[in-house]
Design a binder for this molecule. Structure first.
Ligand code: DLL
Length: 434
């Protein structure tokens, strides 16, 4: 099923034309209503009249997370406060949060793109949708809520936490879809297993997972443990929240709602566009929002784009799985490491649980230390030294060949790594404190 067939199956030419019209209109509004954008454009010698088609986007300035901090809280709004009906925020790594303001129209767009996502996963009007993303300033809860409600499904607004009750209501109310972070889904899977309810008494079929990077291996694990199809949902507060992109039943890339959020890929260092299909930093311009439209926002997320038509019939551009954020890349003894690379190895090995933690530090000799802690499955966890040493050797060898770096591997007992109810914290980098 496709929610908005006209848009989602539009030809590339028609889409580009639509994007051009929408970009032009947005730039005009921003130029007149948002002082920081006006002065930035004036400095660059660009005026709204220079924007004639979507290709002219490269003339426009980039927006960074720093800009959002510099104009905190409301400096980048393009609508008066009287038009803003909602504020959301994301906690950054430093001090003040990133704030987003929505007009009534923006909230309608959010519901529309959310409904496209949920329809693509096969969720329908008769389905109970359990929303276990956190409600509040975080966009996960209210975003998934709007998606399910716009679609006409039955929303169960659980928020995150209270795991026993989640399982009880999932069972009693017959939730068909579960929307939460992949790491919380893992936690819920364990709790379901220990709940005493037989699996066949649950109606759960569909997972709507996102808000943090996750791998194919993690998908397989979740699908097996929960007995569902697990789909990716992508989004970020600055752009709107969850609903910027979604997978379809072919699970072969994340379709972007590009009639609202125009994507580009640039080299994170040089800011130059990268050749088609190549990995780089994802950049978005919102081309329909009124409250806080952003031009060429640097997401820091690393991915690539594919413009081929999907088997599902959608023509919308697909992005590959997010490898991680440029800021999440660890440089350990000069080697670049993404937590998702470690996850992909862990999920390949049947002896391991997908619960892990990376601890990086700097020793007294000034050399980086890199510890990977990972849980061994109950049935493989053994008191026999020999068995554990053998397992450890095999995993260490695999990590070395994928990462190009030898971590200090610690195999830990099942359930000893802290579980997450929202976005998982998988890295402790103590070097930052020194
Ligand atoms: O995480 C919005 C969201 C909520 C998306 C629920 C999906 C589901 P922020 O807190 O602003 O917003 O964080 C945005 O999270 O730039 C990515 O780095 C990461 N992220 C979000 N979705 C995915 C995903 C929400 N599906 C940041 N895969 C983004 C990988 C993701 N990373």
């Amino acid at each position: 099923m496709i929610w908005n067939k006209t848009i989602e199956t539009m030809s590339r030419n028609e889409m580009q034309e639509l994007q051009g019209i929408r970009l032009k209109r947005t730039v005009e509004r921003m130029y007149h209503n948002c002082e920081p954008y006006r002065s930035r454009m004036q400095e660059m010698g660009v005026s709204p009249a220079d924007i004639r088609s979507i290709d002219d986007i490269v003339k426009l300035p980039f927006t960074s997370k720093k800009d959002l901090r510099d104009y905190y809280p409301f400096g980048l709004l393009s609508s008066p406060m009287s038009e803003i009906v909602r504020l959301q925020a994301s906690s950054g790594t430093t001090g003040k949060p990133i704030v987003a303001g929505y007009t009534r129209n923006d909230l309608n767009i959010w519901g529309e793109v959310g409904a496209r996502c949920f329809t693509a996963y096969g969720i329908g009007k008769n389905d109970v949708v359990q929303v276990s993303y956190g409600y509040g300033l975080f966009t996960g809860g209210l975003g998934a809520h709007a998606a399910a409600e716009t679609l006409g499904g039955t929303v169960l607004p659980m928020s995150s936490g209270n795991t026993e009750k989640q399982i009880m209501l999932m069972h009693d109310f017959g939730s068909v879809a579960l929307a939460c972070t992949p790491s919380y889904a893992l936690y819920l899977a364990e709790a379901m297993r220990n709940s005493g309810y037989p699996r066949e008494e649950f109606k759960l079929k569909i997972g709507v997972f996102g808000a943090e990077p996750w791998t194919e291996g993690m998908r397989k694990d979740l699908e097996e443990k929960l007995g569902i199809k697990a789909y990716d949902i992508y989004g970020l507060t600055e752009i709107i929240g969850p609903g910027v992109g979604h997978e379809c039943r072919y699970q072969n890339g994340t379709h972007l709602c590009e009639d609202h959020f125009y994507p580009e890929i640039v080299d994170p260092e040089t800011s130059e566009p990268v050749p088609h299909g190549q990995m780089g930093e994802l950049v978005f311009s919102t081309i329909t929002k009124d409250g806080m439209p952003l031009l060429r926002f640097r997401t820091r997320d690393l991915t690539s784009l594919n413009y081929d038509t999907c088997e599902c019939g959608r023509t919308s551009v697909r992005m590959s799985r997010i490898l991680g954020r440029c800021d999440d890349m660890l440089i350990i003894r000069g080697v670049n490491v993404f937590p998702s690379q470690v996850e992909s190895v862990i999920c390949e090995l049947p002896e391991l649980e997908p619960h892990y933690l990376l601890v990086v530090d700097r020793g007294s000799n000034n050399l980086d230390t890199f510890e990977v802690r990972v849980e061994v499955k109950e049935e493989y966890y053994s008191d026999e030294m020999g068995k554990m040493l053998d397992l450890r050797k095999r995993i260490a060898h695999r990590l070395q060949s994928v990462l190009g770096l030898q971590p200090d591997l610690k195999l830990v007992e099942p359930r000893s790594i802290e579980r997450s109810q929202g976005k998982a914290k998988r890295v402790i980098d103590n070097r930052k404190l020194k």
